[in-house]
Design a protein. Sequence first.
Length: 230
Amino acid sequence: MKQIPKLADHDHPLVQQTAKKLIASKNMPIDNLEKIFFYVRDTIKFGYPANIDLVKASETIKLGIGQCNTKTALFLALCKNAGIPARIHFSLIKKEIQKGLFKSIFYKLLPPLISHSWIEVKANEKWTRIDSYINDEAFYQAGKIELKNMGWDTGYSIANSSGKANSAFNTNEECFVQMDAVVDDHGIWDEPADYYATDKYRNRPNVIKLLLYRLIIKKVNKRVENLRTK
């Protein structure tokens, strides 16, 4: 298999410049973490890049969009620049998380389980799981309305079977938007490319499926934008 370059490229000038704008040495670590959180959640809008997960953190900044795995790589890279202990936790997640965004035959073609990740940060002397940065706030709120209208508990990039989905930043109480759809544990990783090089990774399409994905992704991203601005 072709070697995958480092994706959480914290030493890239653009990532370093972005971190410098967000963090301040006079701030408490929790304040810098909060700034990183809101930058990744809201400045980087939810959307699907053409290269699926194989997107460097620096590229995500340029694109201005990302999904769970690419936003998490960026979150990790920014935390490294801020000196905040952070790691990535990979898992599998039900494809139902994509319901309403991918439709008809394209939804059916999705694998039943998809490789998924969230960030874990050490704050207040304990490790805290966070995935509430994945959906930007406008898209998250629109998705909640659509879930209610459809009578679903999972879809539109939200899993709410427990009724506790929450997009907030809170290191005292873990907040999640997708954790209810997680079904497996693939462990903790310091670099996403290392996980993607393993047999655990499920989001590796063949040539035909990649071409199909790239054909429809503009329509899916337009659907996301329409929901956001509805």
